[in-house]
Design a protein around this ligand. Structure first.
Ligand code: ZN
Length: 148
């Protein structure tokens, strides 16, 4: 982790220490579980979707600091957004991690861009993207996410 910028580390550690929306929702409309066998990260995601808007989101799980911080940041970034916007964020985030050097849409990604440092650690990319694959599974009505 020593190669990561200080800012990146501070934000990541802060989200890991105090993850946002780290709770199970009472009556979720959609749920999905994600598992990253490479690292052992597990996440359960809960969504409330009203008229195509992600009205509430919560997650629980165990895993490394990156998976937890990424899930925390994801819940912050999708809450209140439409399902279409969440899909756009997913695409932008995945592109940032899987196509290093490609232009990133900073306006779209906002704070999520801080996770771009993960590309230096290929084994960690699945940790960072797990929550997003789980989100997509939940939105598509699947109960288990694939990290492929
Ligand atoms: Zn991990």
């Amino acid at each position: 982790m020593s190669e990561l910028s200080d800012l990146y580390q501070v934000i990541l550690l802060e989200h890991n220490h105090k993850p946002r929306n780290f709770r199970k929702l009472d009556n979720p409309d959609r749920t999905a579980d994600g598992f990253n066998p490479l690292c052992g990260d597990r996440i359960s995601l809960y969504l409330k979707v009203n008229d195509g808007i992600i009205a509430d989101v919560g997650f629980q799980g165990t895993g490394c600091a990156i998976s937890r911080a990424s899930a925390s940041m994801m819940t912050q970034s999708i809450k209140g957004k439409s399902v279409a916007q969440a899909e756009e964020l997913f695409q932008g985030f995945r592109k940032m991690l899987t196509e290093p050097g490609a232009p990133t849409n900073e306006e779209l990604l906002g704070d999520l861009e801080m996770l771009s440092g993960v590309v230096q650690f290929p084994v960690r990319i699945k940790c960072a993207i797990l929550a997003w694959h789980t989100l997509r599974a939940a939105l598509e009505g699947k109960e288990v996410a694939s990290t492929e």
